[in-house]
Write a protein that binds this ligand. Structure first.
Ligand code: TGC
Ligand code: FAD
Length: 398
């Protein structure tokens, strides 16, 4: 299998340093194939260019056709030119992509879980026929507008409003921090109506709709982040998602995306551990490779311990999801745990690489900076802790 482990010298006792519990053997043949195919794409196409793209603050859009051709967009959806894979496959796709860069995984998460999923789950037959095939083929790009500038953790307090006007709706308001926004052909936008929160498919050429890019980011530099502005945008009722009303609509999409992020974080952590093992094996300090010191071994052993726990959580979550038994609180626990694991590992790996660790030549600082977004978006760490706290106590402490 082409994994980040390939860059490391053969494992000392026959174990894969990035998979100490041989999670790989728990995957069936199809799942292994999906992992290998995505891993090969990441090794051959993403890793060679991603440091430079991050440095330039550029989303490598040239990768989109191959991402689509590999069936990585809307991979869990049946029909509509989608691959119809199980949830564990979707997780493995996210894991391998984020081993390359969180920005590439973000692109796929948003397109699959936050744009195609709501159209598939809440859309009309016409909406599905019109949008899902081009989104699956990467011919159309989508974004998801939920967060507003006055407080993303509390989306129920959104100010964006849609008012009915004959056969149309008039949309006014704005969204902030929207992945893919300025390159999106279609935005799934959540707005308050007289009948509760509803979702609308806003098309990029609709008059009054603007999506300027947010520049000067230190994080997710190889991903596009934008604001969305709606100034009396006229949206036909046929573009309203008819099958859901209320906050559970957007939160249902977040559950899908957060599930993928629990896996993605593992990939970022694996990339950082791989670099730490590789670098310390040849870095000679005080007359011996630094990986022969107790402190470095303990730090890397702790990374491996935490990666193993994260792998077990995500695989269990994936099996629960495929059995139709996964609960949002379980996703919160794993999003919190796995992203915290990844960011701690990235920061420690950066330190283990010393001064070299601050350059674009090595991935830990890039993963570390990306993970500052990942720990914030899709529910901050605090939000997920409070979701678990609510489950334990029955009290809402938000
Ligand atoms: P609450 O009363 O808990 O729930 C309202 C309704 O929603 C249902 N629900 C869920 N359904 C599915 N999945 C979930 N995770 C759900 N959580 C709640 C719930 O059952 C209820 O349904 P009903 O039928 O009773 O009406 O709502 P609350 O207002 O107390 O809020 C709870 C809280 C704080 C957890 C929620 O607001 C929240 O998750 N806040 C964080 C917001 C967030 O994560 N935003 C992410 C924006 S998108 C993004 O970041 C994309 S980045 C992607 C990338 O680039 O990769
Ligand atoms: P706030 O909600 O203002 O939170 C600020 C701080 O307060 C946080 O530390 C939080 O944990 C804490 N806090 C919140 N509530 C409580 C409480 N009750 N008790 C104690 N502490 C609390 N959104 C989209 O809709 N679509 C996207 O595609 C998208 N992409 C994104 C891409 C990037 C790169 C980033 C950075 C964000 C993206 N987001 C997107 C927005 C993201 O979901 C929000 O940033 C996130 O939900 C947090 O909202 P906020 O930034 O307004 O922070």
């Amino acid at each position: 299998m082409a994994t980040a482990a390939e860059n490391i010298k053969p494992a000392r006792r026959g174990l894969d340093p990035l998979d100490l519990y041989d999670i790989r053997s728990e995957l069936d043949e199809d799942e292994q194939l999906v992992q290998d195919t995505t891993a090969r794409f990441v090794d051959e196409k993403v890793i060679p260019i991603i440091g430079e793209a991050f440095d330039e603050g550029r989303f490598p859009r040239e990768l989109v056709p191959e991402i689509a051709q590999l069936g990585l967009l809307g991979s869990s959806i049946e029909g509509y030119d989608c691959a119809g894979l199980n949830s564990v496959c979707y997780g493995l796709i996210c894991q391998e992509l984020e081993r390359g860069d969180s920005g590439i995984r973000s692109f796929v998460s948003v397109q699959s879980s936050l744009v195609m999923y709501p159209i598939y789950a809440y859309g009309s037959d016409e909406q599905k026929q019109r949008w899902l095939p081009p989104l699956a083929r990467g011919e159309a790009i989508g974004c998801f507008g939920l967060t507003e500038s006055h407080g993303g953790s509390d989306p129920g307090n959104m100010q964006t409003r849609a008012k009915r006007d004959g056969d149309d709706w008039i949309l006014n308001g704005s969204k902030m921090w929207i992945t893919n926004g300025s390159i999106a052909d279609v935005a799934v936008v959540w707005a308050q109506t007289d009948d509760g929160i509803q979702g609308f498919i806003v098309e990029k050429d609709m008059p009054g709709f603007e999506a300027p890019e947010i520049k000067h980011k230190f994080s997710l530099r190889a991903s596009i982040t934008s604001s969305l502005f709606f100034d009396n945008v006229r949206v036909p009722d046929s573009n309203r998602l008819p099958k859901v009303k209320g906050l559970k609509g957007p939160l249902g999409c977040l559950t899908q995306a957060r599930f993928g992020i629990t896996w993605g974080a593992i990939g970022a952590a694996q990339a950082c551990l791989a670099e730490a093992i590789d670098y310390t094996s040849s870095r000679v300090l005080f007359d011996r490779p630094v990986d022969q010191t107790q402190t470095i071994q303990r730090r890397m052993a702790d990374m491996a311990r935490r990666i193993t726990l994260a792998q077990l959580m995500s695989l269990r979550l994936g099996r629960l999801k495929d059995a139709g038994r996964m609960q949002p609180t379980q996703v919160s626990l794993a999003k919190w745990n796995n992203v915290r694991t990844a960011i701690d590992i990235a920061r420690d790996a950066r330190d283990i690489l010393g001064g070299a660790g601050i350059t674009v030549e090595h991935s830990p600082i890039r993963h570390m900076l990306n993970l500052e977004s990942v720990i914030t978006y899709e529910g901050t760490e605090t939000v997920h802790e409070l979701v678990v706290g609510r489950e334990l106590t029955g009290h809402n402490a938000f």
